[in-house]
Design a protein around this ligand. Structure first.
Ligand SMILES: [Zn+2]
Length: 312
């Protein structure tokens, strides 16, 4: 098996280098009344950040990328739209499977990150014949949390730094895996959603499989609710699943506070725009695009991968 090692040095720094670059001059001015120490620190962080990004970029040059159209019969521009009734049927079926397979086991985050990363590496290698090894480090704070209050986690595509913003319960394996797909060099949201789903489902681990199914159901509910908060929660209540599962789905979409909602409106629009400018369909790739990909793949006659990977 062909092996590639991406160093991801920035992810091992004690603090997010992006945060140090952004805040060191201001912090030293506030704390010491002087800007020089902060500037020196900021410049040092910038050097490390750029150096790490460059090393990652160099080691990524030999990566064999997954061709989504060839493997799954569709990609960002060739998705078929899943009919609404098919979505409703799927919601019913996933809910049943989730309830049957329910586990309250929780794996500590560090250990979970290593397990998820290994699964993802093996899943991708099963397609490309190449293991792309990346860091399993996860932070729980970066300033990005203030800028993207609606996000669960974030991956800095330049440095590969990943942060999770809160405890996301049974969804955590998926959130980590999604960000780790970015770290492996796939920056499109549709690809991160799909590869995370397939990798976790193929693991056979009840905690990981539960996260993948829960994410698929969550995204179907979001499409059906069309971004309406109340409709989403009403749909969750209507699911024929145990209370613990309903609580997990409610907790994923809490009532936003005043800061979150005002920042979210602006940032979501900008973020949507950024996704469009980078050859994606927009924020809809997280839910509508992702579920359309599973739908199109499951019905494709050209896909090289077995369609049963898209089953529930
Ligand atoms: Zn993402």
């Amino acid at each position: 098996m062909d092996e590639i090692h991406i160093p991801n040095d920035a992810t091992y720094a004690p603090f997010s280098l992006t945060d140090v670059i952004a805040t060191a001059p201001l912090a030293s001015r506030l704390l010491l009344g002087a800007t020089l120490p902060g500037r020196v620190l900021s410049a040092a962080a910038l050097g490390m950040y750029a150096g790490s990004a460059l090393k990652d970029w160099v080691s990524r040059r030999d990566v064999r990328w997954i061709d989504f159209q060839r493997e799954f019969g569709c990609d960002v521009r060739t998705l078929e739209s899943m009919p609404r009734q098919a979505r409703k049927d799927e919601v019913f079926r996933i809910a049943t499977r989730l309830d049957e397979g329910f586990t309250d086991e929780r794996i500590p985050r560090d250990e979970l990150a290593v397990t998820v990363n290994e699964q993802l590496t093996e899943y991708i290698a099963g397609i490309t014949g190449q293991r792309v090894h990346t860091s399993s480090e996860v932070r729980d704070f970066t300033l990005a949390r203030l800028v993207f209050p609606f996000a669960m986690g974030v991956c800095d595509v330049v440095s590969g730094d990943v942060a999770l913003f809160r405890d996301t319960g049974i969804f955590e394996p998926h959130i980590i895996c999604h960000e780790f797909v970015h770290r492996k060099g796939y920056w499109k949201e549709l690809h991160a959603q799909a590869l995370s789903y397939f990798a976790l489902m193929s693991s056979g681990d009840p905690v990981l499989v539960q996260a993948a199914r829960a994410e698929r159901l969550h995204r179907q509910l979001k499409v059906l609710a069309a971004d309406d908060h109340e409709v989403y929660h009403a749909l969750v209540e209507s699911l024929d699943v145990r209370r613990e599962l309903k609580e997990e789905f409610h907790a994923l979409r809490p009532e936003p506070g005043a800061y979150e909602s005002s920042v979210s409106v602006v940032m979501k629009r900008l973020y949507d725009e950024r996704l469009r400018l980078t050859g994606q369909n927009g924020l809809s790739d997280y839910d509508e695009g992702f579920t359309n990909l599973l739908w199109t793949f499951s019905r494709s006659r050209r896909a090289r991968q077995e369609a049963r990977q898209a089953s529930i």
